[in-house]
Design a binder for this molecule. Structure first.
Ligand SMILES: Nc1ncnc2c1ncn2[C@@H]1O[C@H](COP(=O)(O)OP(=O)(O)OP(=O)(O)O)[C@@H](O)[C@H]1O
Length: 301
């Protein structure tokens, strides 16, 4: 079931097209990563999902209902902006009161628990917190609101390793209990690799690649192997070989196939050994983006 649908979404600022004909769906209960370099349109897309910006063309729907100008839909969506606006002197307690009136799902019990877990100072002005703790404050408020959809704009940026791991665990728990769907932006693939189950890469406002991560990791395989005799050129006929490197008798192959399929094809040639070396997501994306004509280095991170 698609929970959030972006349908030919377009937004232009002056002469610049920040988001360009973006169509994608986010399934209910998934953690969706929107990745791209600075200025690729991530924040603009997220703000349209939140119903903050009106699209010039196209629309965003939440469970088939349009988001923009629809309070009901907006009450189910919480966006943690990259640089949240917080009034001078405002503390966490003030924010909690403010948001408790806006979000029907706000839970003071959750708020209490989260403040304790992260040992938050509730009376100290948020603007005097460090950048990371300011982000954490907004994450606490967001989770206390219990939205159906949580939008996180570079929200892990600035969090230390311990806090980051704890926040990821909280998100994964809620998603696993089917209480929430998350869309998180980042310019760093590593940062959200272990969190997301689905990733889309955008460049100059356009979608260039969208993949289910579990399926993706099964699509490609890298093996290291060696043979007494050189492997005949047609040994892998019919299998898409992404790269093939020989060093002496050692052969490293990256192919678009499963390990068992590759093993079956190589066994008749009597490999001395055959080792499966999993690819990182970054390596897969480099190959995938080259295949669609983009130089990965120009696009992310
Ligand atoms: N309010 C605005 N007014 C004018 N131009 C804007 C506005 N917001 C975004 N833009 C432009 O739209 C483009 C996309 O910006 P956006 O902030 O969506 O990218 P981003 O991928 O989130 O970037 P970053 O990773 O740097 O936050 C940029 O070129 C930016 O200058």
């Amino acid at each position: 079931m698609s929970m959030i649908a972006l349908d030919h979404l377009t937004k232009t600022f002056g002469r610049e097209r920040a988001v360009d004909d973006l169509t994608l769906t986010v399934k209910e209960g998934s953690i969706f990563g929107l990745i791209g370099s600075n200025g690729s349109g991530k924040s603009t897309a997220l703000r349209m999902i939140a119903g903050i910006y009106a699209p010039d063309r196209g629309q965003v729907t939440l469970s088939d209902a349009p988001v923009f100008d629809h309070e009901r839909a907006k009450e189910q969506i919480f966006i943690i902006c990259d640089q949240p606006f917080i009034q001078a002197g405002e503390n966490l307690e003030d924010l909690a009161h403010f948001y408790s009136h806006i979000y029907p799902g706000f839970s003071w019990d959750d708020y209490e628990e989260l403040c304790q877990v992260f040992d938050m100072e509730r009376k100290k002005p948020i603007n005097t917190f460090s950048k990371g703790i300011r982000k954490l404050a907004m994450i606490i408020i967001a989770l206390s609101c219990n939205p159906q959809v949580l939008l996180m704009d570079e929200s892990f940026d600035g969090l230390d390793m311990v806090v980051r791991a704890a926040v990821k665990k909280l998100l994964i728990d809620r998603v696993a209990r089917q209480e929430m769907t998350v869309v998180a932006t980042s310019h760093n693939l590593y940062e959200i690799e272990e969190l997301c189950d689905h990733v889309a890469i955008i460049h100059k406002g356009r979608l260039i690649l969208e993949r289910d991560l579990d399926a993706l990791k099964e699509e490609f395989v890298r093996v290291q192997t060696a043979f007494r005799e050189p492997l005949p050129d047609d040994a892998l006929a019919g299998i898409e070989v992404i790269s093939r490197e020989s060093r002496g008798s050692l052969l490293t192959l990256i192919v678009k196939a499963g390990f068992s399929e590759l093993k079956e094809r190589l066994e008749p040639y009597g490999p001395l050994f055959l080792e499966n070396l999993p690819l990182t997501l970054e390596e897969i994306f480099i190959k995938e983006m080259e295949a669609v004509g983009y130089d990965y280095k120009n696009i992310t991170f």
